[in-house]
Design a protein around this ligand. Structure first.
Ligand SMILES: *[C@@H]1O[C@H](CO)[C@@H](O)[C@H](O)[C@H]1NC(C)=O
Ligand SMILES: *[C@@H]1O[C@H](CO)[C@@H](O)[C@H](O)[C@H]1NC(C)=O
Ligand SMILES: *[C@@H]1O[C@H](CO)[C@@H](O)[C@H](O)[C@H]1NC(C)=O
Ligand SMILES: *[C@@H]1O[C@H](CO)[C@@H](O)[C@H](O)[C@H]1NC(C)=O
Length: 379
C-alpha cells in the first residue's frame, strides 16, 4: 500500500538522517571565516501583503522606489514607503477573472500568471518580467498589462520561466526556463524526477531573437550578472549549486561550478557590498539528497504517490529537522562571506523557504514563495 510504504520510507529516512545528517555550516566554520547573523543581532519586520502570498523577488526602479514584487495571484505590486502600503503595478495576463480573492492561487496561476523574475531597465524604466506561465514579458514605467516578448526558443515552448537579468554592457537580457516538463506549482517534482531540461537563454531586444546559451540544466533558477559583466551566475537548484557561465574573457561560452551549497538555491542577487546573496529554499536533507542522486527512486515515488502527499510529507520532513530560513552571501570567488540564519526558537513570523535576499541601503528584503509578508532585516 503506497501510503504505508511512503510513511515507513520517510520514517526510516528521518531516523537515518538524524544519524548521518551533516550540518554544512558547522562543518565549514572551522575552515572558513564568515559573518553570521541571526534574529539576535538584527531588527526584523514583516511587511504584510494583502490578498496574496509569496513575494518571490524584489526590484527597485530607476528612481530607487519600491521594492516591486510579484505575488501568487499574478499581480506585480509596488511598496510605497510614504503611504506604508502596497499598490498594484502590473499584471501578466489579460484574463483576471477569478484571480484575486481568498483561494488557493496554485489552482489559478496558469491563467492569472505567476511573475517570478523582475528586472528594470535602469535607463528608461521598462520592467522585464519572467513569468512562470507566460514567458518573458515587458511593461512600461506606468505598469498595466505586460506585453509578451518570447515564449519559446528553438521551437520548444518554455515550461517554467523563472529569472531575468540585464547585461548593462551590451543590452542583452538573460533568463532561465527551469524545465520543459513541469509547471511551477509542481516544482518539487522537478527535483524528485531528476529533470534536466532547463535552459539559460539570451534575448536580444534589437533583433528580438532568443538564443540558448546552456541546456540540459537541472532546475536552473536565479541568474545574476557579475560586477564587471564578465560572467553570469545561475542557480542550478536540483544540484544544490551555482554555476558560472563566462560571457567575456578567453573563457567566453564555457561554464563551470562556482559554488556548492548546503541546500537548494533559489534566486541569486548581487550585493552592493560585493558578491552575491543566495536564498536557500531548504537544506539538502538526506532523503531528498538520496532521491536526487538516484532519479529512478524519485520517478518511482512520483508514480506511486499523489503529488500533494509528497508536498505535505516534504514540508513535514523540514519541520522534523528544524529547517530554518537560510541565505548566504558568496564572494566573486564563490566563498561564503555572510550567513543569515533564522533563529530556530522563533516560531511566529518565520521566514523559512527563502527565495531571495535583496540588499539595499543596509536592509535585506527577504523573499519567499509562500509567506503572506515581505520580511525586512536590518544588519
Ligand atoms: C550575531 O549573534 C549570533 C548569536 O548570538 C552570534 O553568534 C554572531 O557572532 C553575531 N554576529 C555578529 C556579526 O555580531
Ligand atoms: C478567463 O479565465 C476563466 C477562469 O479560468 C475562464 O473560465 C474564462 O474562459 C477565461 N476567459 C477568456 C476570455 O479567456
Ligand atoms: C534600456 O533603455 C535604453 C534607453 O531607452 C535602450 O537604449 C536599451 O536598449 C534598453 N535596454 C534593454 C535591455 O531593453
Ligand atoms: C542535451 O540533451 C539532449 C537530449 O538528451 C542531447 O541530444 C543534447 O546533445 C544535450 N546537449 C548537450 C549540450 O549536452
Amino acid at each position: 500500500m503506497p501510503t504505508k510504504l511512503f510513511f515507513s520510507t520517510a520514517t526510516l529516512a528521518f531516523l537515518l538522517s538524524s544519524l548521518v545528517g551533516v550540518n554544512f555550516i558547522n562543518n565549514k566554520k572551522t575552515e572558513n571565516h564568515y559573518n553570521f547573523y541571526s534574529n539576535e543581532n538584527s531588527s526584523f519586520e514583516a511587511v504584510p501583503i494583502v490578498g496574496a502570498v509569496g513575494p518571490e523577488t524584489y526590484v527597485f526602479d530607476h528612481f530607487g522606489e519600491g521594492p516591486y514584487t510579484g505575488v501568487s495571484d499574478g499581480r506585480i505590486i509596488k511598496w510605497r514607503e510614504d503611504q506604508r502600503q502596497w499598490i498594484n503595478f502590473a499584471v501578466t495576463s489579460s484574463n483576471r477573472s477569478g484571480c484575486e480573492g481568498q483561494h488557493d492561487h496554485d489552482r489559478t496561476e496558469h491563467v492569472c500568471g505567476r511573475p517570478l523574475g523582475l528586472r528594470f531597465n535602469q535607463t528608461n524604466g521598462d520592467l522585464y518580467i519572467a513569468d512562470a506561465y507566460m514567458g518573458l514579458l515587458i511593461v512600461g514605467p506606468e505598469g498595466g498589462l505586460a506585453t509578451r516578448l518570447a515564449n519559446e526558443a528553438q521551437g520548444i515552448p518554455f515550461g517554467f520561466t523563472n529569472s531575468v537579468d540585464i547585461d548593462e554592457w551590451n543590452g542583452f537580457v538573460y533568463f532561465t526556463d527551469s524545465t520543459l516538463h513541469y509547471q511551477r506549482r509542481n516544482y518539487i517534482s522537478v527535483i524528485l524526477s531528476g529533470d534536466k531540461s532547463g535552459r539559460l537563454m539570451k534575448y536580444d531586444p534589437q533583433s528580438k531573437r532568443v538564443d540558448v546559451l546552456l541546456d540540459n540544466l537541472s532546475f536552473p533558477n536565479g541568474v545574476a550578472m557579475s560586477q564587471n559583466g564578465d560572467y553570469i551566475v545561475v542557480a542550478e537548484t536540483s544540484e544544490c549549486r551555482i554555476i558560472r557561465y563566462w560571457l567575456r574573457t578567453s573563457k567566453a561560452g564555457s561554464s563551470e561550478v562556482f559554488a556548492q551549497l548546503p541546500g537548494f538555491p533559489d534566486n541569486i542577487k548581487r550585493s552592493p557590498r560585493g558578491g552575491f546573496w543566495v536564498g536557500i529554499h531548504s537544506r539538502r536533507e538526506w532523503i531528498v539528497g538520496r532521491i536526487v542522486s538516484h532519479p529512478v527512486i524519485g520517478k518511482t515515488l512520483l508514480k506511486l504517490l499523489p503529488f500533494d502527499m509528497i508536498m505535505k510529507a516534504y514540508g513535514q520532513f523540514g519541520r522534523w529537522r528544524g529547517t530554518t530560513g537560510l541565505a548566504m552571501r558568496l564572494s566573486e570567488r564563490g566563498q561564503v562571506l555572510d550567513v543569515l540564519e533564522e533563529d530556530k526558537t522563533t516560531i511566529s513570523n518565520t521566514w523559512r523557504t527563502v527565495s531571495e535576499v535583496k540588499e539595499k541601503d543596509g536592509t535585506l528584503w527577504i523573499g519567499s514563495i509562500n509567506k503572506p509578508f515581505a520580511a525586512k532585516y536590518k544588519v
